[in-house]
Design a protein around this ligand. Structure first.
Ligand SMILES: [Zn+2]
Length: 417
């Protein structure tokens, strides 16, 4: 049975050049005494934008694992797949993020809802969950409402899971169910009802990605009520432990946080929760590694800096088109975007400071960072000119990639005292 390890972090590597530099960050965590497993993720959408094939992610990961003789686990995540997009990922992924957000809210047949409610009297009324102070109060009408909203999505998760398991063998699949790309966060009682339904559907999920309260914009920090997130996160951990025991879900089932990267405010909260409960976590970052590539190219100067500036100029020109697919997960303040001429005068250091996510740095500019984050298409369009420069500046780029992942993510999440 392929089992996802207790701590895992999803990393993106859009141009398949940084797997080794990313893996070094996991080596540093291991050297600090914490075993964290890398999961390389790339979605169908990203493959479409960069013109790559899922096999390239597996190949790059495997090459890095061999080059560093990495003794630990590692996985490749078919990120946010649906029935229409999963097949290309089957031969070269062992982790599948089954995205059923599209089905949330589409009403399930009344008979299915009635059967679910009849099967689960234990979900109605006061539900005692160890680790949550007061019992959850779930009126029958709420169970009916939640079942009506999510059953179809759960059934779809079952359909996709069985499709993957039939092709690969259930013992060779790590399944995640993701419900994060939707409008409303799921409350702990909703999560409990959803998990009961997934157990009924016999989905052997090892991680679940709910939508949490607050905004998880790409590449920048959390925006929202951190205290409320902390309550929710801890209650979700308790609900998962309860559901594992009550419904026979896999014992290693854990939360997956689709962070959009760089949720620095939340890392100490998550770290405390993991330590106090002994729970594991999967934290998925977005493809911000490519921003470290840009930072490295800028620092390298010369042609690298020139291309970084060109990409910024192109991003400014094509802002609307680049931002459209990500409208719900970016908040760019156009008045904070410098002109092409201004950026043209920047030194490599200034470019790096504007882009590198060090919130306390006076030159850090979250609008520049978010705009460039969605501009990876332009680097893809530059083709070998971009990737040749990555190779030419490999050391500078790799140093930034490793340091970002270790110092700003793995350390505050798992290692800090
Ligand atoms: Zn997600």
């Amino acid at each position: 049975m392929l089992t996802l390890e207790k701590y895992s972090v999803g990393v993106g590597d859009r141009f398949a050049h940084q797997a080794k530099a990313q893996l070094r960050a996991f080596e540093l965590a291991a050297a600090a005494g914490v075993s964290v497993v890398p999961v390389w993720n790339k979605s169908h959408r990203e493959h479409t934008f960069t013109g790559s094939h899922p096999q390239s992610v597996w190949d790059a990961a495997q090459a890095a694992v061999q080059a560093l003789s990495w003794p630990g686990g590692w996985h490749v995540d078919a990120d946010h797949i649906r029935m229409e997009t999963v097949d290309r990922f089957l031969p070269c992924s062992d982790f599948f993020t089954i995205d059923v957000a599209e089905c949330i809210g589409k009403p399930a047949p009344a008979a299915d809802v009635a059967a679910f409610v009849a099967r689960h009297p234990e979900l109605i009324g006061k539900v005692l969950v160890a680790g949550i102070g007061a019992p959850l109060e779930i009126p029958r009408a709420q169970v009916e409402r939640v079942a009506g909203k999510y059953l179809l999505a759960v059934q779809e998760a079952g359909r996709i899971y069985r499709h993957i398991a039939a092709k690969k063998g259930a013992g060779h699949v790590i399944a995640e169910v993701s419900m994060d790309e939707t409008d409303d966060p799921q409350t702990p009682p909703e999560l409990l009802i959803i998990l009961a339904a997934l157990a009924d559907e016999e989905v052997r999920l090892q991680t679940i990605a709910p939508k949490f309260t607050g905004r998880f914009n790409k590449g920048v920090d959390y925006v929202g009520d951190a205290a409320q997130f902390e309550r929710e996160f801890n209650d979700d951990l308790a609900v998962i432990a309860h559901a594992v025991a009550r419904y026979g879900l896999p014992g290693n089932l854990k939360l997956s946080v689709h962070s959009g990267s760089d949720k620095f405010t939340l890392y100490p909260i998550i770290r405390r929760a993991l330590r106090s409960t002994g729970a594991g976590v999967h934290l998925k970052t977005a493809g911000t590694t490519w921003l470290e590539e840009l930072i490295g190219l800028a620092e390298a100067g010369g042609d690298g800096l020139a291309l970084a500036k060109e990409i910024y100029a192109g991003a400014l020109d094509h802002q609307e088109e680049l931002c459209a697919p990500y409208a719900s997960v970016i908040d760019i303040d156009p008045t904070r975007l410098p002109t092409t001429a201004e950026v043209g005068r920047w030194t490599g250091e200034e470019f790096a400071h504007a882009l590198r996510h060090v919130p306390s740095h006076p030159q850090f500019n979250p609008s520049v960072r978010q705009l460039l984050h969605v501009a990876f298409k332009l680097a893809a369009r530059a083709g070998t000119r971009y990737t040749d420069l990555l190779k030419a500046s490999e050391n500078t780029v790799a140093r930034n990639v490793t340091e970002n992942l270790f110092a700003r993510h793995l350390h505050p999440l798992f290692i800090a005292p």
